[in-house]
Design a binder for this molecule. Structure first.
Ligand SMILES: Nc1ncnc2c1ncn2[C@@H]1O[C@H](COP(=O)(O)OP(=O)(O)OP(=O)(O)O)[C@@H](O)[C@H]1O
Ligand SMILES: [Mg+2]
Length: 276
């Protein structure tokens, strides 16, 4: 596996080439100003490409969650456009907190998105079994959230996002609260899942190491207002293993990503930015 040159830390170009497919979603000139006049995003250009594992990396408050919410349709831009090549695909959203219903079993929690669509318990059974199998929770359908570890709760949350068989998985710091061993295991399982399902993933993280281990492309964002300041291609096939994480290629990408993140944190607020 050859090491990439400094030129891989590309100037920001929303349509730069990568090993992934065509453009799935295209954000152009996106601005998001909240009612309290906070400019969360300004002049944001970003493409999401079919089949990629894209990480959004940046300091707290730079607008990563806001980008996910715009992609999900939960929120609309104040200015600019969010376009989908073939309409917004079926998507799953995994939040930082597992947000499970404590009074419901694992089965019922995973059933929820299908229930909202009028799918009966019986009709949903096979899909729920499949989703639980995929996240390694076979046999836990009747357990309650209080009986599960933090990592298992997050697996339930991922199963709930997978049960609709999404083509696009949006994940907002899903493993931030977990210990490193659990996190590494879930990272590996997530990449295996992504490969098995052929889904596109947009993943928010604060962790340089996690972003390089998981992603095929990393977008580094800066705050005040939130914008894209660097793009790093991690041009190595998925899935990756422990050997990858111990190798020079990984170490080099981590260093470049870390430098880009530091640059983002030191970047000056734009003159037109309002309080962030
Ligand atoms: N509903 C809202 N109303 C007002 N301001 C908001 C709202 N949501 C986000 N913001 C503001 O927009 C900016 C970006 O928020 P966002 O949650 O997208 O950041 P983030 O990069 O996800 O941060 P973190 O890493 O801490 O989760 C912040 O300054 C935040 O205070
Ligand atoms: Mg956030």
């Amino acid at each position: 596996m050859s090491s990439l040159a400094q030129s891989d830390l590309l100037p920001v170009s929303p349509s730069a080439a990568s090993s992934s497919g065509g453009v799935l979603a295209s954000l152009r000139g996106v601005e998001k100003i909240f009612g309290n006049s906070i400019t969360a995003l300004a002049g944001l250009d970003l493409d999401v490409r079919e089949g990629e594992f894209l990480s959004l990396l940046g300091p707290s408050g730079c607008g990563k969650s806001t980008v996910l919410r715009l992609l999900s349709g939960l929120s609309q831009p104040t200015r600019g456009t969010v376009d989908w090549s073939n309409g917004r695909p079926e998507l799953g959203f995994v939040f930082q907190d597992p947000t499970l219903m404590p009074w419901s079993t694992v089965f019922s929690n995973v059933w929820l998105p299908l229930r909202f669509r009028g799918v009966s318990r019986t009709q949903a059974q096979a899909r729920i079994d499949e989703a639980l199998d995929r996240v390694g929770l076979t046999g836990f359908a009747n357990a309650y959230p209080r009986e599960l570890s933090g990592g298992m709760k997050m697996r339930v949350s991922i199963a709930r996002a997978l049960v609709t068989r999404p083509a696009l998985l949006l994940m907002d710091e899903p493993f931030a609260a977990l210990d490193e061993i659990t996190r590494t295991k879930l990272n590996d399982d997530l990449v295996a899942l992504k490969c098995a399902l052929g889904a596109t993933v947009v993943f928010v993280t604060h962790s340089v190491y996690e972003s390089v281990a998981l992603s095929t492309r990393i977008i580094v964002m800066a705050p005040r207002p939130g914008r894209v300041v660097a793009e790093i291609l991690v041009d190595a096939p998925l899935p990756r293993n422990e050997e990858f994480r111990l190798g020079k290629f990984y170490a080099d990408r981590c260093r470049e990503t870390s430098q880009a993140l530091h640059g983002a944190m030191e970047s000056k607020p734009l003159a037109s930015a309002q309080k962030v």
